[in-house]
Design a protein around this ligand. Sequence first.
Ligand code: FAD
Length: 557
Amino acid sequence: MAKKVVIVGGVAGGASAATRLRRLDETMEIVLFERGEYISFATCGLPYYVGGVIAKRRSLLVQTPAVMKKRYNLDIRTMNEVRRILPAEKQVEVCDLRDGRTYLESYDYLILSPGAEPAVPDIPGINLPNVFTVRNVSDGDRLKEYIETEEPVSAVVVGGGFIGLEMAEALRLKGVAVTVVEADRQLMGVLDPEMAAIVQKYLQEKGVGVVLRDRLTALEGISRVEKLILESGREIPAEMVVLAIGVKPEVRLAVEAGLAIGVTGGIQVDEYMRTSDPFIYAVGDAVQVKHFVTGQAVLIPLAGPANRQGRLVADNIAASPVKYKGTLGTAIVKIMDLTVAVTGANEKTLKRAGIEHLACYTHPDNHAAYYPGSRQMSIKLLFSPGEGKILGAQVVGYQGVDKCIDVLATAIRAKMNVYDLQDLELAYAPPFSSAKSPVNMLGYVASNILRKEVEAVRWEQVEQLLAGSNVLVDVRTAKELEKNGAVAGALNIPLDELRDRLAEIPEDREVLTYCQAGQRSYIANRILRQKGYKVKNISGGYRSYLAQRMISPRKIN
Ligand code: FAD
């Protein structure tokens, strides 16, 4: 007899599972429940719709139930909410939200892809009408309508993660003055603080207010929010508030059905994405997954993993078993002209997990510097001290960030090490990259460190090193110092004059070198070392110094 599969949730994971199931099995009965009006809509496009970059609402509706039904012969029931799972009977209880009718539906296999809901703090004023969350098309409609009819001049986005910053951009595009309030000491928790500092500086230069280390405690206003009250007592007037403080996996159905829940609060699944009930699978934002690098249990609410897991579960039900190998957390965001991307583990996570690691920074041009329009990006690479296995990367820049992070994500997945990065043969012509691409360069820098050709230190170590009798040498040109600034107390000897001015560097002192991005100071290191000096190179140069100084202003200088 043909199998019957019931799916809860009709967007990323659910729709992927449904269509793959049909492609694998023409006879299967596939029922897709979605409590909202739409299936397969572009959640990720919502900020761009609000900001007007995506002009037509219908562009968000990637697939309509009618088209999906016709092409895939699916039984799609929108406005139908699954209220209960009866695992013993292999049935779900469903409420048709249009008429309130409740009915039972049986299944052979059940797939849960209910997603995650925006976290909403329980604070005074939270239900006022000009407080918004962003999850689905109707949230997008509400936001757009409010902005267009009420024409607010100021908004506060609470939460400085991906969605918060995308919404900050959207509001700016609509001419609204924006302040981002973040409880953490940095924006974008997926980045390490010194990389997040680059994003913060950029936002502030673009006129976006940034408030860190302060938590929203109340919203005040009579019929709508007029001001936000923060934990510090600070008050911020605003005509609208967008909450983007994170998401919580939707696990109510799973909990009530007695399915195992993991330590992170997500639905626990095995490597086949099967829950503790062998006839129930779960995918997407609602599940706890294994981090590909750390092996730890994590929640990583991203569209790519949700889609891939949906497809994999369909394979597991209708074809041969496939294992899910874990999630890397590869993600990217556009904030005005800036692009920020991450993959693998960040340093905070590695420290917490007790995983030994080294880090290096580079600031390469996205393409040949002589070809017009090149822009520098900042890359942080994390790798293991022994074999140089790549553990994670963070990239902040303009063009080319997406390409760089995707290569690095592929490298992590392929379990490559930093030496492998040197060998990658990547596409090059001056408008696109450099003959030594940013990824090759990362490989060179990291493997120089591993081979001990250079001893790298980080700016956060410099204060302590200078407390000894070390000498700091800036090898940039005088012109650059004038333009960009310098570290107080540094001796300036431009690289090209170094061989002639060695006498100025005391031989009995350890030397720390830096330049603008780290490359020329590396050359200086090689010269000094061969002249008998004890020398260290400060990774990432003056650009990394500026980022580091933002997070620990009193440390150096
Ligand atoms: P969802 O896509 O959320 O689908 C779950 C669906 O299940 C919902 O429509 C819900 O109504 C329905 N449902 C829940 N419970 C029931 C029930 N009991 N009965 C019936 N239906 C039910 N990820 C990226 O990788 N890149 C991005 O750029 C990106 N941008 C984003 C921007 C925004 C504003 C948001 C909110 C998210 C973004 N994401 C992004 C995250 C991405 O959208 C999610 O990771 C992905 O949609 C998760 O898929 P899912 O199937 O688990 O859940």
